[in-house]
Design a protein around this ligand. Structure first.
Ligand code: SER
Length: 319
């Protein structure tokens, strides 16, 4: 990884991954691209306004900046995908196909995240294995499974260096997520600081895997730097750092804010999606094949999230 293009750089993962990779590889070696202008990302490195569905501009950008590694982070997430499944398919798969074809043409490595959403109700729920039945019931999941298969196909057929992880819900305090089922686990921290109260859309007992952003960023770097000879799997590795229910994250926040309150107004659409996903993933293949080792658990992440969001509020940076 020497000359990197991040497509979808303005999103939840992309905005922090751009900064992280620029710190490691140098500002000028990490090109951020998004369909919208992103001032923050353009301030300290190259930035391109680019629609990932436009194959010509995509290829032109990769060629112009002599890119060797592409991070394709373009996605409509699970909840928003159910509102317009055809749009979700065309954006998620269109960006992936262009990424695969451009990577093939310009000999680039390619990272495209998959998700816990690739699993479905027929997958084992607890300690969900790396290789198992995957029959998702959302369009987001259908795109992710298809994406895993296509990425493996391009690796086997054309030798494109495709690699991927199945991200669980990602919790961060920089750019908010949008349109996902796991978003509640970010929203709860902001609501705690702003209102000392949270209205939870997910039932109290439903567990999902989660990851704090610093671990997600490390996963991207570590997997893309991994020795290919050690990779038995490619698309896509289970990774996780914690698994909790709304009740458990609520209890953890109350250790810092004893007066914090929460009530449930369950969203049936989100409930159906959340119940169709695993409770907890088995990430032993990622640990064995490329040294995945998350650093953050629920307690440490909660302390950090509350400190940072409270500081932002004091500094007038929260609306
Ligand atoms: N965070 C995603 C979602 O909730 C799952 O990968 O849709």
């Amino acid at each position: 990884m020497k000359r990197i293009l991040i497509v979808g750089a303005g999103g939840q993962i992309g905005s922090e991954l751009t900064t992280h990779l620029r710190d490691i590889y140098g500002n000028k070696n990490v090109v951020a691209a998004d369909v919208r202008e992103c001032r923050d990302l353009a301030e300290n490195g190259p930035f391109v306004v680019m629609n990932a569905l436009d194959a010509n501009t995509f290829g032109y950008t990769v060629n112009k900046y002599r890119i060797d590694t592409i991070f394709n982070l373009v996605a409509l997430l699970s909840v928003v995908g159910e509102k317009d499944p055809q749009l979700a398919w065309s954006i998620n798969m269109g960006a992936l196909m262009n990424s695969l074809d451009v990577a093939r043409q310009y000999n680039c490595s390619l990272f495209t995240p998959s998700s816990i959403g690739a699993f479905g109700p027929s997958s084992p729920k607890v300690n969900t294995p790396q290789d198992t039945l995957m029959q998702p019931t959302t369009m987001y999941g259908v795109c992710k499974v298809t994406g895993e298969l296509l990425s493996n196909y391009y690796f086997q057929k054309y030798g494109v260096d495709t690699r991927s992880v199945r991200f669980p819900g990602i919790i961060s305090n920089v750019t908010p997520p949008g349109g996902g089922t796991t978003d509640y686990a970010v929203d709860i921290y902001y609501s705690a600081i702003r209102h000392n109260h949270f209205v939870c859309p997910i039932p109290k007992d439903v567990k999902m895997d989660m990851l704090y952003m610093p671990d997600a960023l490390n996963a991207c770097v570590r997997l893309m730097e991994a020795d290919p000879a050690k990779l038995i799997h490619r698309n896509s590795f289970n990774i996780t750092a914690m698994s909790f229910s709304p009740e458990e994250i609520y209890d953890e926040i109350r250790r810092h804010m004893p007066d914090f309150t929460m009530k449930y107004e369950v969203d049936p659409g989100k409930e159906a999606i959340a119940r169709s996903w695993p409770d907890s993933l088995d990430d032993s293949c990622a640990r064995d094949e490329w040294g995945w080792a998350p650093q953050w658990n629920l307690a440490d992440m909660t302390a950090d999230m509350l400190t940072i969001i409270a500081r932002k509020r004091r500094d007038g940076l929260l609306i």
